[in-house]
Design a protein around this ligand. Structure first.
Ligand SMILES: [Zn+2]
Length: 154
């Protein structure tokens, strides 16, 4: 068991796509699909041991679920972070696009896949094990970290 296995897992309802992406970047396994039915969300929560995060009062009645009241993304992140005591863990980051786990990508293999500037200025790269999306610590990364710092999650 690594520490990442002890982190809570989530399933987000169709209203919370942005929040789901940010939870993945924070290092939390967060299932989300735009058109998931309530029954699917409920059964996924039970079978995969996930907390439901939702804007729907009915869904929020499920055990272990969290009602997210705000429309504001940062307030939403804060709401989940406070309830479940979330903290950023670089080793646990998931693919923001699909929730897949990231695997180290050797620099030799990143060549030709990432833009030349990114290759020159970075030593570490990651690839999503599910969809193949490649990540590195570019300007986008720094923007994400700024937000996490502002929210006291780092
Ligand atoms: Zn992916």
């Amino acid at each position: 068991m690594t520490e990442a296995d002890a982190r809570p897992r989530f399933v987000a309802d169709g209203m919370l796509g942005s929040l789901a992406r940010w939870l993945r970047m924070l290092g939390y396994d967060t299932a989300y699909e735009k058109d998931m039915r309530d029954e699917t969300i409920i059964s996924m929560a039970a079978s995969e041991n996930r907390h439901i995060i939702t804007r729907d009062r009915e869904l929020a009645k499920q055990p272990g679920s969290l009602m997210v009241e705000s429309d504001d993304l940062e307030a939403q992140i804060k709401c989940v972070a406070e309830r479940f005591q979330l903290t950023f863990d670089e080793k646990a980051i998931r693919c923001s696009a699909c929730n897949g786990p990231l695997a180290d990508l050797p620099k030799e293999e990143a060549a030709g896949v990432v833009p030349e500037g990114a290759l020159e200025s970075n030593e570490a790269f990651w690839r999503c094990s599910s969809c193949g999306k490649v990540y590195w610590k570019g300007s986008h990364w720094h923007g994400i970290m700024d937000r996490f710092r502002r929210l006291n999650l780092v």
